[in-house]
Design a protein around this ligand. Sequence first.
Ligand SMILES: [Zn+2]
Length: 145
Amino acid sequence: MSTLLPPAPPDDPLTSFFWEAARRNELHIQRCQACGTYIHMPRPICRNCQSFDLAGERVSGRATLYSWTQTFKAFHPYFVERVPYVIATVTLVEQEGLQLMSNLVGIDQANVDEEARMGMDVEVDFQDLGDGYIVPVFKPVGVAL
Ligand SMILES: [Zn+2]
């Protein structure tokens, strides 16, 4: 097993809440404190009401599968032993159109088209990639990893 780590997100004050929450196995999404709109990816201003009063808030982690694709080519040495894997877009239940790109796990990564269905219920889980780098991933509801 390699000790090579995947490329990590940059240290960015706009997104640090997301990664800090993931380290606690919680999914937090930026939310406008003035109008309640959830926003992802995080931005400095609310696209609905132009407020600067934005903060990360914990969400349920429940979502539906919107789309997915398999990745067969390793674009970084970390992924050489991990292809194929599935990249998915999920729609969080908290707000219509609130989408997050992640990985779909808990299914056969080589046969995703047999096991995944658009609109299927998924839920967040967390994977520790090493060195405190924990990422939210999604799996079919009730599947144990
Ligand atoms: Zn707003």
